[in-house]
Design a protein around this ligand. Structure first.
Ligand SMILES: [Fe+2]
Length: 467
């Protein structure tokens, strides 16, 4: 530095360029866009929160995958006044034959709040790649929706996933959801990265904000499955209110098919969908050696058959790699426990939320480190996943602006803007990822990346000319 200070500025710039080209400054790109500081909640009388007409009409309708391989769907909804019916009437678009399935309903109390009647009904043995119409409710308050089942799992089945995290219920949340819905890539299933309603930020964890959020996302979540991941805003642990059962509102409202992947908790589970094997983990449940989540993941990873589902995707709320000082190192303990497995089993990508920004890593690992050798710098590793954080769906908490400088070498692209992602699987060798920024009201693809499958195309040997 002493040398640099005695040189004129142009020489300093030239030297910096030389050093960077030699790899001394090998961090990636930091986007210039920064979203506004504070995003206010949509008012309670907003049209997106409107209660559907009719006495006791079903509301907050949402669906998710209902089994391991995509032939089942869990349909969930709430009736506010009385139980009504838990029956789902459903039929294939090409058939007049109507089927019935019987569900259940549950309720819960949270301090001074009592939930409506939360219905969950699993329909199964559906045909693949078929549009179904379903009807819920009774009398004059019935409502109809539809969904499309995925194709049968197979190595070259194309499929398009959307990625949304930390959505909340602000005006920007609404913009993010609209951008996702209007994206010409047409996501067919949302991989949701945790932090849903942010109701715990309201006085007494106002659970009516879980209801408004459920009504807000219904316009999409009733028609395509949302694959749920629990975030810290789902914990709802409030001993000051004598509420000490973690995840109580979330687990009553959002059922997932955890038993079909032999999990013992709805907070971690897996599904197959088209050519993807998706593993959902819980950043806020025990994950160290000998815990239930650890044992489940240890037994789950060897089961993945890449000749059936080439794309191995992991979802968790808290990222393992982040160059943002906000929530800094919160994922570090899980990284220490699970990263070597992700490398061993060649996970293609780990998607997270939590940090209110976007970031994509290079393929790196940091598994050589132990407390004796001091090798604590991530290294390039072509068996490692790409880590992508999409934690800025529109929440009211403000952006994560504290990016660590200089941008570390593992970070390929980062930016503090609202947005959503699209993971577009083409075949067993290629998938295209795009991140779409909300900034200025336009859905721009601000960052993109061609994925070469870690199992079938780790060296990028195969090209896809037609894309
Ligand atoms: Fe979070």
């Amino acid at each position: 530095m002493a040398l640099l200070t005695v040189l004129n500025p142009s020489v300093v710039c030239f030297l910096c360029l030389i050093l960077c080209s030699c790899g001394f400054c090998n961090g990636g790109i930091t986007g210039n866009f920064v979203r506004k500081k504070y995003s206010p909640d949509m008012p309670l009388d907003s049209d997106v929160f409107r209660v559907p007409p009719g006495y006791n009409a079903p509301q907050q309708v949402h669906i998710t995958q209902g089994d391991i391989d995509g032939r089942g769907v869990i349909i969930s909804w709430i009736t506010p006044d009385e139980p009504g019916s838990s029956t789902v009437l459903y039929w294939s678009e090409n058939s007049n034959h109507k089927n019935h399935a019987e569900g259940i309903f549950v309720r819960y109390k949270f301090f001074n709040y009592t939930s409506g009647y939360i219905h969950h009904c699993t329909i199964d043995k559906l045909e693949y790649d078929t549009k179904y119409i379903y009807e819920i409710g009774i009398g004059n308050s019935t409502r109809q929706f539809w969904f499309v089942t995925p194709p049968r799992a197979g190595p070259d089945v194309p499929y398009t996933f959307g990625l949304i995290g930390d959505l909340g219920q602000t005006h920007d949340s609404n913009v993010t959801l609209t951008h996702y819905e209007s994206n010409p890539k047409k996501g067919k299933t949302v991989l949701y990265l945790g932090d849903l309603s942010y109701s715990n930020d309201y006085p007494l964890h106002d659970n009516s904000r879980w209801d408004t959020w459920g009504r807000f996302v219904e316009r999409n979540a009733a028609y395509q499955p949302w694959i749920w991941t629990a975030g810290n805003h789902e914990i709802d642990f409030a001993p000051e209110l004598e509420e000490t059962t973690p995840f109580k509102p979330y687990t009553h409202r959002y059922y997932v098919p955890y038993k079909s992947s032999h999990s013992t908790s709805p907070l971690w589970y897996s599904i197959k969908r088209a050519s993807a094997y998706i593993i959902v983990l819980s950043s806020y449940s025990a994950y160290a050696k000998s815990t239930p989540q650890y044992k489940w993941l240890r037994d789950e990873l060897p089961k993945v058959d890449r000749s059936e589902t080439p794309w191995l995707i992991v979802l968790m709320h808290c990222p393992l790699y982040s160059s943002n000082s906000h929530h800094y190192m919160e994922g570090e303990t899980m990284r220490v426990v699970y990263e070597s497995w992700f490398v061993k089993y060649k996970v293609d990508v780990v998607f997270s939320g939590h940090i209110h920004a976007y970031e994509r890593s290079k393929r790196v690992s940091n598994i050589a480190y132990n407390i004796l050798n001091g090798q604590c710098t991530p290294v390039n590793d072509q068996s490692a996943p790409v880590y992508i954080t999409i934690g800025d769906g529109g929440n009211h908490d403000g952006p994560a602006l504290g990016m660590v400088e200089p941008q570390p070498s593992f970070s390929a692209y980062r930016e503090s803007s609202f947005g959503h992602g699209i993971f577009d699987i083409k075949n067993r060798t290629h998938a295209y990822f795009g991140w779409h920024r909300n900034q200025d009201g336009y859905a721009i693809e601000a960052d993109s990346f061609w994925f070469h499958n870690r199992y079938w195309n780790p060296h990028g040997k195969y090209f896809v000319a037609s894309y």
